[in-house]
Design a protein around this ligand. Sequence first.
Ligand SMILES: Cc1cc2nc3c(=O)[nH]c(=O)nc-3n(C[C@H](O)[C@H](O)[C@H](O)COP(=O)(O)O)c2cc1C
Length: 321
Amino acid sequence: MKIFLAPMVGRTDKYFRKLVRIISPNIVLFTEMITVDSLLRGRFKEYIVKDVEHPVVVQLAGNDKNKFIQCAEIITEQGFDEINLNIGCPSSKVVKGGFGACQIETPSQIAEYVDAIKSNTKTPISIKTRLGIGYEHDLRKIIDFIDQTSNAGCDIYYIHARNAILNGISTRKNRSIPKLRYDDVFKLKEMFPDVKIFINGGIEDIDQIEEMLKIYNGVMIGRKIYNKPMFLAEIENKVFSNSKTFTIEEIVCEYIDELDAADTVNKLFALKHLTNLHKGTGLSKRWRKHLHNLINSNEPIDNLKNFYIENYNEEKKEIIC
Ligand SMILES: Cc1cc2nc3c(=O)[nH]c(=O)nc-3n(C[C@H](O)[C@H](O)[C@H](O)COP(=O)(O)O)c2cc1C
């Protein structure tokens, strides 16, 4: 039984992953999507996975077999636990580049990438995709896609339970349109008993997670966790039976204390993902203001902790779990 943090560009960077891991020792982390070109050219390849970060999956996008092979070798050295191929991104920029959701249409090419990566590294490989392209509910394309890529050696699929609309609507709208089709993900699970199929899309409360876990061995969650990170404490408590009790203050202090000096240079990067930590509590508005003021001041990052001196009585009431 697994819970996965969905990959989210601009969100699941090393800072947010650090925060998530403090609250949830059990969740499987995903990086943001990175293209093979950015990985080969940029600084990401210098990143080394820390022991506490495991398990963590890196998500790659691209359409060049040799670059996938080179990236897979680097990723293995970095210590990631799984290589995930993004075959679901509907962004027009990504589609113009010839990768993302449009690759559902080229299963034999993706099967070749899977085969090439598998032949060159021992790191497990997985695919994150959608149910299809456009407004059609026909599953034939995704069935053929899973058929060919699983024959090439991929045995883990994360399925966002809706199609991708590649023209006419924005990437953002593609996360709520078209409608979710959980039944169709179930059909795929029934059709491919030898591969692991994990479900994603619109999962927002514990009851829903528990229902899904009766069918699937794992559930992937994105926006709910970003918009309310303390939902993870509920997941730990109710899904993983983790009885650890902690306050948001303790989480913040641990987060700040564990930042490397180099990570504190850009306060915006280091702190922006903490914005929603107090969401749903009486301190939410004051917290966001405190964070905003600190980011825009010359004060050291450690001063974030002063929030709890100033709001001592209120914070103590916010014991989690
Ligand atoms: C801001 C944002 C960025 C995203 N970036 C990625 C990405 O890099 N790779 C990917 O496969 N999906 C990406 N997604 C889609 C999510 O992984 C997930 O499939 C989608 O949000 C549905 O899950 P949810 O309803 O639990 O949020 C992104 C979603 C959001 C909200």
